[in-house]
Design a binder for this molecule. Structure first.
Ligand code: ATP
Length: 280
């Protein structure tokens, strides 16, 4: 059986002003999975992510990493943060050093690694995100897409086992989205578990093995992309737009054609349409 890498058990969180941001959230992420958490603004995605490496302590319930409950003391949290790396939505919340290399060095230096190892990690992680040569640049003089890749490099340099990214492709142009997805797929191929949040259904359609829908602090659905993206009622409730392929298949069905609306990718949809032609 595949090992569970990260799990939340009856996780609930209420902000000091009384906002119940998470209500009894139970999710399991297996080793090596690519997961997307989707949901409307204010659903609780960022609040959930801040629990994954112990940045926030649950009001009730808990989070387990490799079957071990996160314990809230300095030593244990340091161990958790080595295993679970978080890339925030806004690179400005993450990038603060005067140069790219100092920024990427920050995490590995905090792990107490020696100078040569830190240097190696800076070079390796900048190469991984396609930003070698930018070492001496000021992070705030880079484009949004470049800043995002530097923020990812800073976390990659700590060699976490699980990487959490809050809306990693928001605001990027199509090439920027592809670049980030390539980086995440390469990291996943090396064994890293990846969890992202996103509103971008076409991107998630290409990326995720499993999707959780968070709505008003609760997980209201989980499944693979076929199960989630063919459920138009669910998508509407979660303020998500169905993929164009799903819209086409639903329209064909409304017009009396016997099509399987669970086909999601362009290739599957074309095959389904060609099948109707063949039956005719
Ligand atoms: N510091 C805070 N104090 C009180 N309420 C908060 C605080 N931060 C967030 N909230 C509330 O908690 C709920 C969940 O917010 P959260 O930011 O986790 O949602 P989200 O799904 O990440 O939203 P978005 O897609 O807009 O980034 C919202 O109702 C929000 O208003």
């Amino acid at each position: 059986m595949e090992k569970i890498h990260l799990e939340t058990k009856n996780l609930s969180f209420t902000y000091p002003d009384g906002t119940k941001a998470l209500k009894n959230v139970n999710i399991q992420i297996k080793k090596g999975e690519k997961i997307a958490i989707m949901g409307p603004n204010g659903a609780g995605k960022s609040t959930l992510f801040s629990h994954f490496n112990g940045l926030t302590e649950p009001t009730s319930g808990h989070v387990e990493i490799d079957g071990e409950k996160i314990i809230f003391n300095r030593e244990e949290l340091l161990k958790v943060r080595q295993k679970v790396g978080i890339v925030f939505q806004d690179p400005n919340d993450q990038l603060f050093a005067p140069t790219v290399k100092e920024d990427v060095a920050f995490g590995p230096m905090n792990l107490g690694l020696d100078y040569d190892e830190v240097k190696n990690r800076i070079a390796e992680s900048l190469k991984m995100v396609g930003m070698s040569g930018f070492e001496d640049k000021t992070p705030h003089h880079l484009s949004g897409g470049q800043q995002k890749r530097i923020a990812i490099a800073g976390i990659v340099a700590m060699k976490p086992e699980i990487m959490i990214l809050d809306e990693p492709t928001a605001g990027l142009d199509p090439e920027g989205v592809d670049k980030v997805l390539n980086i995440l797929n390469n990291l996943n191929n090396e064994g890293m578990s990846i969890v992202i949040s996103s509103h971008d259904i076409e991107m998630v359609n290409h990326f995720a093995d499993k999707i959780f829908i968070l709505y008003n602090g609760e997980i209201i659905a989980k499944g693979n992309k076929h199960q989630i993206f063919s459920n138009k009622e669910l998508l509407k409730k979660a303020h998500l737009k169905a993929p164009t392929t799903t819209e086409i298949l639903y329209k064909l069905k409304e017009n009396g054609l016997d099509v399987n609306t669970e086909k999601i990718t362009v290739d599957e949809t074309v095959e389904e349409i060609l099948n109707i032609e063949r039956i005719k």
